[in-house]
Design a protein around this ligand. Structure first.
Ligand SMILES: [Zn+2]
Length: 158
């Protein structure tokens, strides 16, 4: 039985998300993040990746990237949350979505998109509404730049 199902997201009101179909322990492989393996050169030469925040593009190694923006990759529907319950973990040329805490049945499966802090961060508002939310999609380590309460030593956890 699959550990997730696809339904309308509570975070992205216009989109879909993945939801746990049962209680999931921390450290569980939930879904493989699949896509087309492409060379860095293809990435550089394609208009598809012009966006400064590569939402579906993962770095696999020095030569290859993974383009997950394909219809057969349900993991592309996973939304960002500032209190993410999963991480992307790469092993070789594969990327897995692995739980980093216990997930309850019915909870939305979320990751940290890992965006850096730069001048265009305001283009990517975050609506996860978690206690850790800084209002924008920015990786954990950079959230203190938006709000001092996210300074390293004062990280709030649920
Ligand atoms: Zn948030």
């Amino acid at each position: 039985m699959s550990l997730y199902k696809i339904k309308k997201s509570n975070i992205d009101k216009n989109g879909r998300g993945l939801y746990a179909t049962k209680n999931i322990k921390a450290g569980t492989k939930i879904i493989e993040y699949v896509g087309n393996i492409i060379t860095k050169k293809q990435t550089e030469n394609s208009d598809k990746f012009d966006n400064s925040k590569p939402i579906y593009l993962f770095n696999l190694n020095k030569r290859y990237d993974l383009d997950g923006n394909v219809p057969w990759n349900p993991a592309r529907l996973i939304n960002h949350s500032c209190s993410n319950n999963c991480e992307y973990e790469g092993t070789g040329l594969k990327i897995w979505v692995i739980s980093n805490k216990e997930i309850k049945k019915g909870e939305e499966i979320t990751c940290d998109y890992g965006f850096g802090y730069d001048s265009d961060y305001k283009q990517f508002p975050c609506k996860c509404k978690s206690i850790n939310c800084c209002g924008f999609i920015i990786r954990t380590e950079s959230r203190w730049r938006i709000n001092k309460k996210f300074r390293k030593n004062s990280r709030i956890s649920r």
